[in-house]
Design a protein around this ligand. Structure first.
Ligand SMILES: NC(=O)c1ccc[n+]([C@@H]2O[C@H](COP(=O)([O-])OP(=O)(O)OC[C@H]3O[C@@H](n4cnc5c(N)ncnc54)[C@H](OP(=O)(O)O)[C@@H]3O)[C@@H](O)[C@H]2O)c1
Length: 304
């Protein structure tokens, strides 16, 4: 291994919890049978992915609002002891048919609905799903403060917030936000330059990267159009994957995890074998050159 290899740790803190750097995302979970869903959670735990991420809205348009949480709740109910083996993250504030609603009353109601569906006494980390431009930071802070004081959530955080939105919300709280969940992958590189990853380091926020495989576009089965960002990135990932004897998806996950501000990658595969295989990401030894080669492919221009 060269002395500039980007060696990946396999665990990371989020608030008071220590969790795997690969975490399991339940966006695509609704509609699973309890047996299938249990197998996915157990596969995730097998690779140390003990943080489970869901949201009240997951399932909307398929099984319905709350559908993904309801499946996870059934899994917990059917498997005594399982809830305590996971760090449970859910999100509220998208309340159809209104796109975003982070009024204090709605965030509190949303969290209570999540607790009931998840058959849990407490949410470990509760996130405001998206910034609601019509909710004041005072009322969002009021909701998070009340939920925490009532013991309904242990920690609070945000998702898809800009660095200025995070700073504004943090200024209204007398406890530290624990996390931000932005989209981040070689196909979604804005957080590198827009302040998202900087404020995370400044405030010690855990960064939970969503769609680390671009929602399936950074996989061997995806056929990108020639000359596109996807094609450039996949070509570089493929070179590293062939060298290291892993899949392009594992290299993409390693690239995401190699950034010093990124705490975890939220994997979203519904395939048990792929969940287990994701751990190969920890074995990828990217050099600094590899990491920057992927970035150059993503940007489409050389480093300055
Ligand atoms: N905060 C937010 O606003 C937000 C938004 C979106 C997502 N999220 C979170 O992020 C999590 C992950 O998002 P994501 O599902 O988009 O993640 P992802 O891991 O980027 O993409 C998952 C998709 O890639 C496919 N895939 C993965 N590996 C593959 C392989 N080797 N070959 C072929 N296909 C493969 C999966 O299909 P198979 O199931 O067939 O493997 C699945 O459709 C979500 O579950 C959610 O928790 C958060």
């Amino acid at each position: 291994m060269s002395d500039d290899a980007l060696v990946l740790s396999t665990t990371t803190p989020i608030g008071p919890f220590e969790v795997g750097r690969l975490a399991y995302g339940c966006w695509r979970f609704s509609g699973s049978s309890v047996a299938d869903a249990t197998a996915k959670i157990e596969a995730a735990l097998e690779i140390g992915a003990n943080l489970v991420d869901t949201a009240a809205i997951y399932g909307f348009g398929e099984e319905g609002f709350g559908g993904a949480e309801a499946v996870l709740g059934e899994v917990y109910a059917a498997n005594p002891g399982l809830r305590d083996k996971t760090v449970l993250v859910t999100k509220g504030g998208i309340h159809p048919p209104v796109p975003y609603d982070s009024r204090a009353s709605n965030l509190i109601e949303s969290c209570e609905g999540s607790l009931a569906r998840l058959k849990s006494d407490v949410i470990d980390v509760f996130l405001v799903h998206r910034p609601d431009l019509l909710a004041s930071y005072d009322e969002v802070a009021e909701a998070l403060t009340q939920l925490r004081a009532a013991g309904k959530i242990r920690e609070a955080g945000v998702s898809n917030f800009t660095h200025t939105q995070i700073r504004a919300l943090q200024s209204k709280l007398d406890f530290a936000l624990a996390a931000n969940q932005p989209e981040f992958s070689p196909l979604a590189i804005a957080p590198l330059d827009d302040g998202t990853l900087d404020i995370a380091q400044e405030l010690n926020l855990a960064i939970m990267a969503w769609s680390p495989l671009g929602g399936g576009r950074l996989t061997a089965v995806h056929q990108p159009e020639a000359g596109t960002q996807e094609a450039r990135v996949l070509a570089v990932l493929d070179g590293i994957a062939t060298r290291d004897g892993v899949g392009v998806d594992h290299v993409a996950l390693a690239w995401v995890l190699a950034h010093p501000a990124v705490s975890m990658a939220l994997i979203g595969t519904q395939n048990v074998d792929r969940i287990k295989d994701s751990a190969k990401a920890y074995d990828v030894t990217l050099s600094r050159q590899d990491w920057y080669d992927v970035l150059v492919a993503a940007r489409g221009v050389p480093m300055p």
